[in-house]
Ligand binder design. Structure first.
Ligand code: AMP
Ligand code: MN
Ligand code: MN
Ligand code: MN
Length: 311
């Protein structure tokens, strides 16, 4: 418990209570028999506007059918999907504006989710224009690197796969599978596109501070996405959180995909320590066997902690 030395007694006791064995057992027992007070939300999802498989309208329809009350479409570096569906959301589900912004913290590529911003904010739209250009430039560089590996015309190929979506590495991966250069998309990342591989070019993004400021100036809340996915040491992760707080960040994502109890405890602890809110999301891209479906049950979290209470 030394980890939580700076946390107020009120928060600490509430935090521990949240995960008491009885609470966990009750939650497990009600699993699958959705109780009336169950609050399903999802603040991290992708559509065909970036690298997801469902169109924005298919996504919000699926959210409504799943009984989700609030959802955010958080495509990579674009709000085109959100804008296209914002005025035709099925009844029963509330759509919050969202985006997952690529940025840099030193040499590390970081994702910041923006929620509840004004989608007409000139500062935000300007930032997104910059990201469009950066993604296009990066795609050209990836294609050049792949051509040196014997894969020609990758840019044209990936653009065709993207079909107007915000271009990203998954489109290159799908093209490489189609051409038979790799077995599957995971293989494409492992051999060519993932961390430290030829197609990994991450020095083009705006910095973390500017990214958080942009979301804030558009009236939104900035969420540090999937903090455990950057594979940072505990010390570096603490430094990242400190930089995020200093920039004006509001929350950290404590569930990304399938809930992992150990990760949730650690991340909720980090949020509470720094007076940050928490956010949760499936990071849904497509239906995958054993993958997370849409919707996260927020019933087990303490009142007052969730960004969903502020949006
Ligand atoms: P980008 O936004 O262009 O940097 O591409 C990153 C995206 O690639 C992530 O948001 C994931 O959706 C996807 N991705 C990352 N790693 C893998 C992998 N090993 N296999 C398939 N897709 C991946
Ligand atoms: Mn993605
Ligand atoms: Mn991400
Ligand atoms: Mn995502």
């Amino acid at each position: 418990m030394f980890l939580f030395a700076n946390v107020s007694a009120r928060y600490l006791s509430a935090y521990v209570r949240q995960f008491s064995p009885t609470r966990l057992r009750d939650r497990l027992l009600t699993c699958g028999q959705r109780s009336v007070e169950t609050a399903l939300i999802d603040f991290h999802t992708h559509s065909t506007a970036s690298d997801g498989a469902l169109t924005p309208s298919e996504l919000v329809n699926r959210a409504a059918a799943a009984g989700i009350n609030t959802v955010a479409l958080t495509d990579h570096d674009t709000i085109a999907g959100f804008v296209s569906v914002a005025h035709s959301v099925p009844s029963g589900v509330r759509l919050v504006s969202g985006v997952e912004l690529s940025c840099q913290w030193g040499r590390v590529g970081i994702h910041v989710v923006g929620l509840g911003f004004d989608p007409t904010s000139p500062v935000l739209l300007d930032h997104l224009d910059g990201l469009d250009a950066a993604r296009l430039r990066r795609a050209e560089m990836i294609a050049q690197r792949l051509s040196k590996k014997g894969m020609q015309e990758a840019l044209e190929g990936a653009m065709t796969v993207a079909a107007g979506a915000q271009i990203g590495r998954p489109h290159f991966a799908r093209w490489m599978v189609k051409k038979g250069y790799v077995q599957n998309e995971n293989d494409a990342f492992k051999r060519f596109l993932g961390n430290g591989k030829v197609g990994d070019i991450s020095t083009l993004w705006p910095d973390l501070g500017r990214t958080v400021e942009t979301i804030k100036s558009a009236g939104g809340l900035a969420v540090l996405a999937h903090p455990l996915k950057y594979r940072l040491t505990a010390t570096r992760l603490n430094a990242l959180c400190a930089a995020f707080v200093a920039a004006g960040g509001s929350a950290i994502e404590v569930i990304n995909g399938r809930p992992v109890t150990g990760d949730i405890k650690r991340l909720v602890g980090m949020a509470v320590e720094r007076d940050l809110l928490i956010s949760v999301g499936s990071d849904f891209h497509r239906d995958v066997e054993y993958g997370a479906g849409l919707g996260i049950d927020t019933e087990g979290f303490l009142p007052g902690l969730g960004v969903w209470e502020r949006l």
